[in-house]
Design a protein around this ligand. Structure first.
Ligand SMILES: Nc1ncnc2c1ncn2[C@@H]1O[C@H](COP(=O)(O)OP(=O)(O)OP(=O)(O)O)[C@@H](O)[C@H]1O
Ligand SMILES: [Mg+2]
Length: 396
C-alpha cells in the first residue's frame, strides 16, 4: 500500500483502539486523520475509486464530529462487540460508530507532537518526470523557465537577480496535471516532495491548523532544497470577508508570516500552490508577492489527448479501424483525468467481454463508445470562461 493508504489504515486502527479504550478525544483525532488521508487518496485517484474515497472521508469526518461530543464508556470492546467497527464505516456507512451519546464534553486536542514532523513528506523522489506529462508544451516551457532552470542553475540565476524558489501558483480546471507537474518539478530538481492539501491542513481543533501549517513550512524549509506542494490552496487561504471564521483569518496571516520569514534563508524552498478556484484565494496572498509566478494549467489539446491515449493503450490490441487519432479529436473538453479514466474504462469493458465470450482480449470501437457513455467530459464552457475572466481581471 502507498504512503496515504498506510496512514489511513494506521489512523483507522488507532481510532478503533481509542474507541475501545473510551478515549473520545483521541478517537476523534484519529477519525479526522483517517478522513484527511482518504481525501488525499481521493486526490490521487480518479473516477469511482476517487468518489468512494471521498465518501469514506465524509464518513470519517462525521464520525470525528460525533466522537468529539460523545461520552464513551471506558471499555466498549467486549459487551457489545466492537461498538460498530469503523471498518463498517469505510464506505460511507451512515450508522454511528458510537454507543448512544451522553453529555457533550469538549474534545481533546491531540497531544503535542502526535503527528510526526515528516507526515507531509511524500517522497525523496516522486519518480514522475516531465516526459510522463503529455502535451502541455506551453505550461512545460513556462515551468522550465520560471521554476526548474533557476533551481538547476542558481549561479547564473543569481547573476541576473533571479531568485530560485519562492512561491508559484499552478491553477486551472481539475484533472489536468497540476499535481503531476508538482511531482515532476520535484523530480527534475532532485528535491524531496512535501505535500499537504487544504483539507488535510484544516482541522477543527482550535489552533491546530496554524501549527500544522507552520510546522510543515519549517520542516520543508529545513532541507537545503525542497518542494512544498500545497494542494487546494483556496481552501487553505480563502478570501477573507467579514463573515470569515477566525481560523480562516489566522491561517492567511500565519501563512504570510511564515513564508515571509524564510526569504533570507540559505536553503531554497519552492512552494507550489495548486488550485482550481483561484478566485477564492485571499487577495493578500497575491498582493504581497508570495506567489510571484502564476502558471495556468489548461485542458489538454487533441495532441496531448492522443499522447495520453497512446500511453494508455501501449501494447494493447485494438480493433482494426479503431483510430486513436480520431478519438483524441472527439474527446474535446475532456480533462486529462477524464481521458485516462475513459481509456481505463474501455479496457475494463473489453476485458469483461473477452472473459464472457472467451475471446482474445481486444479493445473495440464499441468499448470506447460505451466508456464514453459512462465518463462524460468534466470540463464545461462555463468553467473555461470563469478562468478566462480570472486571467483577464487578475493578470492583465
Ligand atoms: N497532461 C497529462 N499527461 C498525462 N496524464 C495526465 C495529464 N493530465 C492529467 N493526466 C492524468 O490525470 C490524472 C490527474 O491529474 P492531476 O491529479 O495532476 O490533475 P490536477 O490538475 O492536480 O487535478 P485536481 O485539480 O483535481 O487536483 C493524472 O494522475 C494523470 O493520470
Ligand atoms: Mg491535484
Amino acid at each position: 500500500m502507498g504512503f496515504y493508504g498506510d496512514r489511513k489504515v494506521e489512523h483507522e486502527t488507532e481510532c478503533e483502539a481509542a474507541i475501545r479504550a473510551g478515549d473520545s478525544g483521541k478517537a476523534a483525532f484519529h477519525a479526522a486523520k483517517a478522513a484527511e488521508f482518504c481525501y488525499a487518496l481521493a486526490q490521487e485517484t480518479s473516477g469511482p475509486v476517487s468518489a468512494s474515497y471521498v465518501s469514506m472521508a465524509e464518513g470519517w469526518l462525521e464520525i470525528a464530529e460525533k466522537l468529539k461530543t460523545a461520552k464513551l464508556p471506558k471499555s466498549v470492546a467486549s459487551s457489545d462487540g466492537r461498538a460498530n467497527s469503523p471498518g463498517e464505516q469505510r464506505l460511507g456507512g451512515a450508522t454511528s460508530p458510537l454507543p448512544a451519546g451522553g453529555a457533550s464534553s469538549p474534545s481533546e486536542p491531540p497531544s503535542p507532537g502526535e503527528p510526526s514532523d515528516s507526515e507531509f513528506l511524500i517522497s525523496a523522489d516522486t519518480g514522475v518526470s516531465f516526459d510522463d506529462i503529455d502535451g502541455m508544451a506551453e505550461a512545460k516551457a513556462a515551468i522550465r523557465d520560471m521554476v526548474v532552470n533557476p533551481m538547476l542553475q542558481p549561479e547564473k540565476a543569481k547573476a541576473l537577480n533571479i531568485k530560485p524558489g519562492g512561491g508559484v501558483l499552478l491553477y486551472g480546471p481539475p484533472g489536468n496535471g497540476k499535481t503531476m507537474f508538482g511531482k515532476a518539478i520535484a523530480h527534475e530538481i532532485k528535491a524531496p516532495f512535501f505535500f499537504a492539501s487544504g483539507a488535510q491542513l484544516r482541522s477543527k481543533w482550535h489552533g491546530e491548523s496554524e501549527q500544522k501549517l507552520s510546522r510543515l513550512i519549517h520542516e520543508a524549509q529545513s532541507r537545503p532544497v525542497a518542494v512544498l506542494f500545497l494542494d487546494e490552496i483556496d481552501g487553505l487561504l480563502p478570501r477573507r470577508t467579514e463573515n470569515s471564521s477566525a481560523v480562516d483569518n489566522r491561517l492567511v496571516t500565519q501563512f504570510l508570516a511564515d513564508v515571509g520569514g524564510f526569504k533570507d534563508s540559505p536553503n531554497t524552498l519552492l512552494i507550489l500552490g495548486a488550485t482550481n478556484k483561484p478566485w477564492e484565494i485571499d487577495d493578500a496572498v497575491f498582493r504581497t508577492g508570495r506567489f510571484d509566478e502564476k502558471i495556468y494549467i489548461g485542458v489538454p489539446d487533441a495532441e496531448a489527448r492522443l499522447g495520453m491515449l497512446r500511453r494508455a493503450f501501449k501494447g494493447v490490441a485494438l480493433e482494426e479501424g479503431l483510430s486513436l487519432e480520431d478519438w483524441a479529436e472527439k474527446l474535446e473538453m475532456y480533462s486529462g483525468s477524464d481521458v485516462v479514466g475513459l481509456a481505463r474504462k474501455a479496457c475494463q469493458i473489453a476485458f469483461r467481454r473477452s472473459i464472457d465470450d472467451n475471446t482474445e482480449p481486444l479493445v473495440m470501437t464499441d468499448d470506447f463508445e460505451k466508456a464514453r457513455g459512462t465518463i462524460p467530459s468534466s470540463i464545461t464552457p462555463a468553467m473555461l470562461k470563469q478562468f478566462e475572466e480570472f486571467n483577464r481581471k487578475r493578470f492583465s
